[in-house]
Design a protein around this ligand. Sequence first.
Ligand SMILES: [Zn+2]
Length: 86
Amino acid sequence: MAGVSVFWMGRDKVILAGIVQITAGTLAIFFGSYISTKAQKHFFEDQIARERREIDELPEKEKQEIRYIFSELSFNREEREIAVKI
Ligand SMILES: [Zn+2]
């Protein structure tokens, strides 16, 4: 009987350890993804705010930036000016 109970206790611990491990792993994935999504969102919001400020304060610099970006993407002159206008 004692052997059986030790056997079961051992098994419970193994199962418990497994549950702890799975839970910890799931939480790590969840929080890792949550934190990186939040950080990414914050990063893009900062970039957008900065660009909006730059459009107000340095419109010519921003136009040049857009021309450069669209030329890197192989858009022609006419298409680049459309992008600048938009
Ligand atoms: Zn800019």
